[in-house]
Design a protein around this ligand. Sequence first.
Ligand SMILES: [Zn+2]
Length: 64
Amino acid sequence: MQIKCQFCAMPFALTNEQVMEAIALLKRDSHAHYDARCPKCRRVTKLARKAFALNPSTRKLLTA
Ligand SMILES: [Zn+2]
C-alpha cells in the first residue's frame, strides 16, 4: 500500500505485514491510528481508518 509522508511528501509503501498490523489495530479500535514511519525524514504519519477504507486494495480487509 502506497502512502505519502505528511511532513516531507515522500511517497513510500507499507509492507503487507504492516498493512495487516494496521488492519488488526483498526479492527480492535476503529478510532485508532496506525503509525507509519517515513524512511526519509523518520517522522510518523498517522493513518486513520479512512486511509485504509479509501484504498481499494485494503478496503475489503477492514470488513473481512
Ligand atoms: Zn517524511
